[in-house]
Design a protein around this ligand. Structure first.
Ligand code: MCA
Ligand code: AMP
Length: 501
């Protein structure tokens, strides 16, 4: 199974990637990624150290990741909007041997100091024969290291083996009848599982193609699905915006109705949005459920019965169970008995990089504890009802740890105490709310404004981790042990809303 992309080796002239007006066939992709893979292997021999890739939504990122996979060097995709504090952590933790970035990119300090290669994404002529591609490494070797937030501390590097990528993409092909004829449309970022593994490596493994929109807009989705797009991937925030727009825009509704498959994931799609989309288009959106550590676990099947409001059934080869508070497996399939979802199977990660403690804590025997709470209905579909940790926030489909934002806020000189919570939001699912006790007393700096704190987090971490609302308090509610009682947080005055994007 160790060839990840058979169509590259076959020299298929079929389209593979399109970003705006830049496109590559599988054959052209092989012709540009092959030589890059050789240079990568020289700079990072044996794949012992990973490489970092500046993961802009461009064909250079796709070429770079494919070349790294061909070379057998694990790739760490980096958010091009990453902040200083988060980048310093990722570079120190993963110790990349080199960085891949498009030729004209100005890289921030820790990456600028590394040896650098620039993926070329200019299509060679179709008659340029691709050179021989390297022999790919074994299934268990690391393919990607994707950073994901936990409840506390800095993000952890999730080491994903090639076996997990191949398994998850083939299982999704089975569930969705995903073939080389499909043209996938999406606008997801390329530094997470959804956009990169499912959204770029998925079409490449099938021998099909992806049209990446660069950035999300309902107009661009309508355009691509009215042309030759057959599948759309998105997070619930995107489907929420599509649902609202489709009600007013018959051309968008028609384009969505034409697609073979509309797939939502990364967070729960509320029933109201399912209903709005169905009312406007006559179509149902399929939900699938996954995690950076597990890749994909369950999905509503394209060839199965309607299971709207659930995340469907386990994918082929994946074992899923529910476990109650006492650690016993929940046998009931009554749609009511809640348990934590635990999973095992070839889709799982290998470990958290440099974190054997966290890796051990994440498993219950061979089962990975997801922290997601769910019920199973009589048809075997899972419905997610909540999350064990209140300190994990899903905003716009991004997982964000409250602790990471609190630490960034506490690093601001005007902040004495900080707590971060998630609040329901129709567009983002949850919005990040910061509760701040400003530094007072002699010599204290003037209290920071909500905007200043918002910009501070966006700079230190990344813009999607910025608080959308900031409340100022004189003290945080705490229990006798000094622990913040987040459920008791109430605004002291009308919220000073951080001006939003
Ligand atoms: C605003 N901006 C700022 C600031 N305020 N920049 C710096 N400092 C500030 N203070 C800028 C942003 O950079 C951005 O610029 C613009 O304002 C809007 O940003 P934002 O508000 O974050 O965007 P949005 O409109 O809310 O984006 C919604 C979105 C986005 C497009 C849905 O959240 C998104 O792409 N989500 C996808 C998340 C995802 O892929 N998750 C998968 C994780 P500009 O306008 O230039 O962009 S993998 C996973 O979960 C598992 C495996 C799974 O199951 O899939
Ligand atoms: P991440 O760590 O960013 O990979 O996010 C994984 C988390 O996203 C899961 O643990 C779930 O909480 C959530 N998630 C992913 N897909 C879905 C879905 N279809 N419905 C509800 N939650 C989801």
């Amino acid at each position: 199974m160790n060839v990840l992309f058979p169509a590259l080796r076959d020299g298929s002239p079929a389209p593979a990637l399109r970003f705006g007006d830049r496109a590559l066939s599988h054959r052209q992709l092989a012709a540009v990624a092959g030589p890059l893979a050789e240079r990568i292997a020289e700079l990072a021999p044996g794949g012992r150290a990973p490489l970092a890739i500046w993961a802009t939504p461009t064909p250079e990122t796709a070429v770079g990741v494919v070349a790294a996979l061909l070379a057998g060097v694990p790739a760490v995709p980096v958010n091009p909007r990453i902040g200083e504090r988060e980048l310093a952590h990722i570079v120190a933790d993963s110790a990349p041997a080199l960085v891949l970035a498009a030729a004209d990119t100005e890289l921030p300090g820790p990456l600028a100091a590394l040896p650098r290669l620039a993926p070329a994404a200019t299509a060679p002529g179709e008659d340029t024969p691709p050179g021989p591609l390297p022999v790919e490494p074994g299934d268990e070797s690391a393919a990607l290291i994707v950073y994901t937030s936990g409840t506390t501390g800095p993000p952890k590097g999730v080491v994903l083996p090639r076996r997990a990528l191949a398994h998850t993409l083939d299982a999704l092909a089975d569930a969705w009848q995903w073939t080389a004829d499909d043209v996938l449309v999406h606008a997801l970022p390329l530094f997470h599982v959804h956009g990169l593994i499912l959204g770029v490596l998925g079409p490449l493994r099938r021998g099909g193609s992806v049209h990446h929109l660069g950035s999300f807009s309902t107009e661009a989705v309508a355009r691509e699905l009215s042309a030759d797009g057959t599948m759309l991937f998105g997070v619930p925030t995107m489907y929420h915006r599509l649902a609202l727009a489709a009600g007013e825009d018959p051309a968008l509704a028609k384009a969505l109705a034409r697609a073979r498959l509309l797939v939502s994931g990364s967070a729960a799609l509320p029933l109201t949005d399912h209903e709005r989309l169905t009312a406007a288009t006559g179509r149902r959106v399929i939900e699938r459920y996954g995690m950076t550590e597990t890749l994909m676990n369950t999905s509503v099947r394209a060839d199965g019965p309607d299971a709207t409001g659930t995340v469907g059934v386990p994918l082929p080869g994946v074992y899923v169970r529910l476990v109650d508070d006492a650690g016993r497996a929940v046998e009931a399939s009554d749609g009511e008995t809640v348990g934590e979802i635990q999973v095992r199977g070839p889709n799982l990660f290998t470990e958290y990089l440099n974190r054997p403690d966290a890796t051990a804590a994440a498993f219950d025997g061979g089962w990975f504890r997801t922290g997601d709470m769910a019920v199973r209905d009589p048809a075997g579909n899972y419905r997610i009802v909540g999350r064990k940790a209140t300190d994990l926030i899903k905003s716009g489909g991004y997982k964000i740890g409250a602790g990471e934002i609190e630490n960034a806020l506490l690093a601001h000189p005007g902040v004495a105490e900080a707590a971060v919570t998630g609040e329901r939001d129709a567009d983002l699912g949850e919005r990040i709310v910061a509760w701040i006790v400003p530094e007072t007393g002699p010599g204290a700096a003037p209290a920071p404004s909500a905007q200043e704190l918002t910009d501070h987090v966006a700079r230190q971490l990344a813009p999607h981790k910025r608080p959308r609302t900031v409340h100022f308090l004189t003290a945080l509610p705490r229990n006798d042990m000094g622990k913040v009682l987040k459920r008791d947080l109430r605004p002291a005055q009308p919220p000073a809303g951080a001006p939003d994007a």
